[in-house]
Design a protein around this ligand. Structure first.
Ligand code: BES
Ligand code: MN
Ligand code: ZN
Length: 493
């Protein structure tokens, strides 16, 4: 059976090796012990495999490294990929081995025959690594060559069992792919309305979805969020996605995402150089949407609600301006210092709504909120702010287990004071010092005392210029895996 991520699980058949097309991958432990498939490949290649295993390169290779034999004699395949992998690798190393195969092109441009016989321990991690690293965003490539994707045939002595084991990890990969797709789409394609439609598409997998339009948002008093979007012809929208796989009536975990489909800066317009990157300013909303898809696909036994504020920040004759004073849904007033500090204006209303309506057991917001977090942490770690150490540790532990960088950042009275305004209850920008911390302090003003809350600034990690361990360059999907694991480990019944 083949699923949408292109994996086909079959019985091990060593007679199929000679005629396999594309790439063939096998796993060999550091001792160089050959299993039946490796012995067959060695025979077909008249000893080439053994020469690799006895080479200095193999001895020096690290766990999860790949040594390839190109255009092997005696076979149809273009390459035999020999992966050095300990018998009992940890999960991330196994995933890395899969990613290394995908990086060589296996399963993408070239079909991949993956022999996982005898490797059921963490075989699903290998499969997930191939899927994650094999992702490509080709929606806007017109040539067939660019868009064609070869598949992966997985051979195992227990294909049904392995396929079952892979269901969860592949559901996670699908959530990651949705997030990456959304982040990668340009703003003329992924308008607020189009994003809302993609959220609504999650109904197909069982998520309950509501879209609140501008009239409804005005009625609710979400003036801060509406102000950000008022200069755009694209209408502002709030999507509420509910997955209720847990106990009936139990309060949900709330995930809130910043969904600025494009951030020009508004009247406080950004410099033109690099502005095209602001198509990723809906990264927080994309992570929330991706997590909701994963939870539904794997039928998570948890109640989770995802809320995403979809707006476009444009300059226009109708745009909000610096100096404007806005009244938030909470009732607190905000002096606009710069229209480029728009994400917090969206989040403050959506967070307030999330707490008022759902009284959640915890609230996590994700946002490409500040350039300052890139100065502080670069592209390896997201910034994590929280009012609850235990809750924060749950997220940090999950991120570590999934290999997604996350680093705790401080809140505090000093940062909070920096947001005081002389004419309103607060202002929306606190100056150059500690820009990420003052942004978090702004958000903290909209967190109720009893709400456990985490704010994750993903400006540095949502989209990157270089490939990461598990993603090609561009959108990473950072956070889908960490949040899914956090929910699996701490919120499922
Ligand atoms: N969307 C940006 C933050 C951002 C910058 C994300 C670079 C990804 C890459 C955000 O809306 C913004 O403009 N923040 C300002 C805040 C400042 C005006 C207080 C910033 O970081 O400069
Ligand atoms: Mn901005
Ligand atoms: Zn922004």
């Amino acid at each position: 059976m083949t699923d949408v991520t292109g994996f086909d699980f079959q019985d091990l058949d060593i007679n199929a090796l000679a005629d396999a097309a594309g790439r063939v991958a096998v796993f060999v432990p550091p001792e160089g012990t050959m299993n039946q498939s490796v012995r067959r490949l060695n025979k077909l290649t008249r000893g080439a495999v053994l020469r690799v295993l006895e080479s200095e390169e193999f001895a020096k290779a690290k766990d999860a490294d790949v040594l390839s034999i190109s255009w092997p004699n005696g076979m149809s395949a273009e390459a035999v990929d020999i992966v050095k992998l300990a018998k009992r690798p940890d999960a991330l190393t196994a995933r890395k081995a899969g990613a290394a195969l995908a990086k060589l092109g296996g399963g993408q441009k070239k079909s991949l025959l993956l022999i996982l016989a005898g490797l059921n321990k963490n075989a699903a991690e290998i499969v997930q690594g191939i899927a994650l690293r094999g992702y490509a965003f080709n929606d806007h490539k017109t040539s067939v060559e660019d868009t064609a994707k070869a598949g992966v045939t997985v051979m195992s002595t227990n294909p049904e069992g392995l396929e079952d084991l892979c269901k969860g990890p592949l559901a996670v990969a699908e959530g990651v792919f949705l997030t990456r797709d959304l982040v990668s789409q340009p703003a003329n394609v992924l308008t607020t309305s189009q994003f809302a439609l993609r959220a609504e598409a999650l109904r197909d997998v069982g998520v309950e979805v509501e879209i609140l339009d501008e009239d409804k948002l005005a009625e609710l008093g979400m003036t801060a969020m509406l102000a950000v979007g008022q200069g755009s012809v694209s209408p502002s929208k709030l999507a509420v996605m509910q997955w209720n796989g847990g106990e009936d009536g139990e309060a949900p975990l709330a995930l809130v995402g910043k969904g600025v489909v494009f951030d020009t800066g508004g009247i406080s317009i950004k410099p033109s150089g690099g502005m095209e990157e602001m198509t990723m300013d809906m990264g927080g909303a994309a992570v929330v949407t991706g997590v909701m898809k994963t939870l539904a696909l794997r039928k998570a036994k948890a109640n989770v609600v995802g809320l995403i504020g979809l707006v476009e920040n444009m300059p226009s004759g109708n745009a909000y301006r610096p100096g404007d004073v806005l009244t938030s849904m909470k009732g607190d007033t905000i002096e606009v210092i710069t229209t480029d500090a728009e994400g917090r204006l969206v989040l403050c209303d959506v967070m307030w709504y999330a707490q008022e309506r759902f009284n959640p057991v915890g609230m996590i917001d994700l946002a490409t909120l500040t350039g300052a977090i890139i100065i502080g942490l670069g592209h390896d770690n997201a910034g994590v702010f929280s009012n609850d150490d235990t809750f924060a540790d749950q997220l940090l532990d999950a991120a570590r287990a999934e290999g997604e960088g996350a680093w705790r950042m401080p809140l505090g009275e000093g940062y909070n004071e920096a947001m005081n305004s002389s004419i309103a209850d607060m202002k929306n920008a606190g100056g150059r010092a500690a820009g990420s911390c003052t942004a978090a302090a702004f958000l903290e003003r909209f967190v109720k005392d009893e709400t456990r809350w985490i704010h994750i600034d993903i400006a540095g990690v949502a989209s990157v210029a270089k490939p990461t361990a598990m993603a090609p360059k561009g959108a990473t999907g950072w956070g889908v895996m960490a949040l899914d694991r956090m929910i699996r480990d701490g919120f499922e019944v």
